[in-house]
Design a protein around this ligand. Structure first.
Ligand code: MN
Length: 193
């Protein structure tokens, strides 16, 4: 059985960027729905009693429904961990890595923001690390996820409309701008290899 993780912050901790009302729906309805439907979908299948990462890797080519639900469960759980109500600065090590691969942290933020803003339809903007350790910005459609690929998840932003519509309506650019005040850089740094 997969379970909905508690949010790693108080429901009003991200306001006004993301309101408690948005989180009641985004975490309490959307994410909870993916978990509950995933549990129903794996009954009687080879995916039962496997880890979430194993389910994602093996369902990707075998079962689109299970893949989508499992990937959305992973993506949302990871997304909550990327956020914090307390403003943080990246560690010196993370800054060095971002400078090595993007030139500067501002150049990284600009590239990530541009990819998130330009993403057509539902999906996710990700910072990932390739097998050589290089940091890359990449968008993924719908439920797609770096899990089970050769890319390592480092930081993500949900750009499905349900992530921002109650707070920003159609203004995705302002949602993306406010994201940078809410990034849990300590968690991000822990994901690096
Ligand atoms: Mn979402």
């Amino acid at each position: 059985m997969f379970t909905l993780p508690d949010l790693p912050f108080a429901k009003d901790a991200l306001a006004p960027w993301t309101s408690a009302q948005t989180l009641e729906f985004h975490h309490g309805k959307h994410h909870a729905g993916y978990v509950s439907k995933l549990n129903d979908a794996v009954v009687g299948t080879e995916f039962l009693d496997k880890s979430l990462e194993e389910v994602i890797a093996s369902a990707r080519s075998k079962n689109q429904k299970v893949f989508n639900l499992a990937a959305q469960h992973f993506n949302h759980s990871f997304f909550w961990n990327c956020l914090t109500g307390a403003s943080q600065q990246p560690s010196a090590h993370l800054l060095t890595m971002l400078e090595r691969d993007f030139g500067s942290i501002d150049a990284f933020r600009d590239q990530f923001s541009a990819v998130a803003a330009a993403h057509f339809g539902s999906g996710w903007a990700w910072l990932v690390q390739d097998q050589a350790g290089k940091l890359i910005v990449k968008d993924f459609h719908d439920a797609e996820t770096p899990v089970g690929t050769e890319l390592r998840p480092i930081l993500t932003l949900d750009v499905w409309e349900h992530a921002y519509y109650l707070d920003f309506k159609n203004d995705r650019a302002s949602f993306i701008k406010g994201f940078w005040e809410r990034v849990n850089w300590a968690f991000v740094a822990e994901q690096l290899v």
